[in-house]
Design a binder for this molecule. Sequence first.
Ligand code: LLP
Length: 417
Amino acid sequence: QPYFDYRGDQLYVEELPLADLAREYGTPLFVYSKASMLAALGAYQRGFGDRNAKIHYAMKANSSLAILQVFAQAGCGFDIVSGGELERALAAGAKGSDIVFSGVGKTRAEMKRALEVGIACFNVESEPELEVLSEVATSAGKEAAVSLRVNPNVDPKTHPYISTGLKGNKFGVAHDRVLHAYQRAAQLPGLRVVGIDCHIGSQITDVGPYLDTVDRMLDLVQAVETAGIPIHHIDFGGGLGISYHGEQPPQADALWAQLLAKIDARGFGSRTLMIEPGRSLVGNAGVCVSEVLYLKPGETKNFCIVDAAMNDLPRPAMYQAYHAILPVRTRDDMPHTYDVVGPVCESGDWIGHTRELAVNPGDYVAVMSAGAYCMSMASNYNTRGRAAEVLVDGTKAHLIRERETPAQQMLREKLVP
Ligand code: LLP
């Protein structure tokens, strides 16, 4: 994981030892590298060169304010999926016109607020949503810019919970309804058709599904324009994977070189192109540092019990996901095989199975590739406070989120009289 390297026996983030940060801010602690985020973004920006393209960071991957701020300052817009994300993006400095709004279940209140702040586009996911958006926009005296999220029916070859562009998924307008839905959108008052979008899944490590998606999307653009409805932008969604455990996803610039060649060959090279990457911008820019609490020999296996748990790192429990676990300071001792688990009262609370580690209680370990879909999916299960977060920039560390206290967790609750 670039920007997280050993120097001698110590694991560093940029110019700082992770152990120092853990001592200063406590654990579990998410630590992010700003340079890593900017490098990941840079690969996309290089890939697009001087094309007419816009990158909307899919902020569900990590919506901490300071992370959004980094991307806003670097020229990104945001892909949001809720009214909460809208307020966060604005709080981080984004303008409404930098935001596109995805999601299958937008409420009227969310639509109204998004119209108020002048968002760039609603990525509409169904025909009934078009009708509601038209009503909301008309009664607010506004015009809503719309794109239809189409379901290209491409298999992204990833985990079933994170593949979204297949026929059986709840997402997008079915391929054979697309033309009809565009015709309806063009008729409805208060709507202005501006684009088309898709998102076929997440943690995609092959170019193939993207190439298929480009073909199907461009076929649809042709069909819709032949019906007299111009499509100004084409949004290919997010989904590019990262390396958690030896996967070799294409680099963003190499991927886009291939996709752009196809788009050019088909004569769509001068269109406004959009993407919504999440994981590939932040996933490998973060780790979660945790303290080893106990080593517990069991009948059939040994457990390494750490102070981070499924409420901080839900991906292993939810998707059987693999995250590497590295000692923050290496020891010369014999490694042992452990199941690395957290303190939560569930057998599903595991972070890594059968890992070779040479650690003692009191040592720190780093759960790697934890920048995406960890903090943003964290919960308070077992009344555990959410972890603190630090953003590192060279030799500087900024505390970007304080550790959550029990009092803060109980703040909005009331006893009955
Ligand atoms: N655009 C839309 C409409 C999406 O639904 C998503 C992710 C993205 C963009 C960004 O996709 P990315 O570039 O991050 O792959 N929690 C799961 C991942 C869920 C992804 C949901 N949608 C995980 O931890 O693996």
